[in-house]
Design a protein around this ligand. Structure first.
Ligand code: AMP
Ligand code: ZN
Length: 216
């Protein structure tokens, strides 16, 4: 299975991705995660990416597409994958299409998870992540057992710089302007599957499983 999951920041793409990769035993390719991993090393490209990510802007396409192109050459993704957070604009969608052609592959389905803007801001501003393992919590909806501490490894929970309230509206605006056109682009190719992200996770999982049953 070669899948893509799309949706505005805060809609819960990460949680839904987990279900998909477990179901299909496919690797998760999150460009956001790749960029965050690059921050921790002493890489020039990591520094460049950080300057965009921290202010909620898109990392330039030439960098992003090249990272994806290299990732697609690795052994674990040859049989399938789930893209999360890529493509984020039409230029990237076109680049991905070319990568698929070069490999003789095609995308099987694109999940579009939707929710109202007011829900999104609440979800993102309350989000906390473990500094050590990256596990995601929420200060109201998904509290850790001990405040500020990761249940899994005792790591400190922090707020992503780009999850601060002043950056969120910028990320949502970029999503509306640049990423939404990609949704129509995939709709025209009959690949789009709509998922309601405003309901609780069990409900969403049910919807996803139902659709997957139909694709299979
Ligand atoms: P995410 O974890 O998907 O919310 O991504 C976090 C940040 O990483 C985004 O706000 C962007 O700054 C950057 N990023 C992730 N994926 C892409 C992409 N496909 N194109 C450009 N920038 C990206
Ligand atoms: Zn942790």
């Amino acid at each position: 299975m070669r899948l893509i999951i799309m949706g505005p920041p805060g809609v819960g793409k990460g949680a839904k991705s987990k279900l998909l990769i477990k179901q299909y035993q496919i690797p998760h390719i999150s460009t956001g995660d790749i960029f965050r991993e690059l921050f921790s090393g002493d890489y020039e490209i990591g520094k460049i990416a950080k300057s965009y990510v921290d202010r909620g802007a898109l990392v330039p396409d030439d960098i992003t597409n090249e990272i994806v192109r290299q990732r697609l050459n690795q052994a674990d993704v040859q049989k399938g994958f789930l893209f999360d957070g890529y493509p984020r604009n039409i230029e990237q969608a076109e680049a991905l299409e070319q990568f698929m052609k070069d490999k003789g592959w095609k995308i099987d389905a694109v999940f579009n998870v939707q929710a109202d803007d007011n829900i999104l801001v609440k979800r993102i501003s309350g989000r906390r992540v473990c500094k050590t393992c990256g596990a995601v919590y929420h200060i109201e909806n998904n509290k850790p057992k001990v405040e500020g501490i990761c249940d899994l490894d005792g790591g400190k929970l922090i707020q992503r710089v780009d999850d601060r309230e002043e950056t969120i509206s910028h990320r949502i605006k970029i999503y509306q302007q640049q990423t939404k056109p990609v949704i129509s682009w995939y709709e025209d190719k009959n690949l789009l599957v709509h998922i309601d992200g405003s309901k609780d996770i069990n409900h969403t999982n049910e919807q996803i499983m139902k659709v997957l049953g139909e694709i299979n």
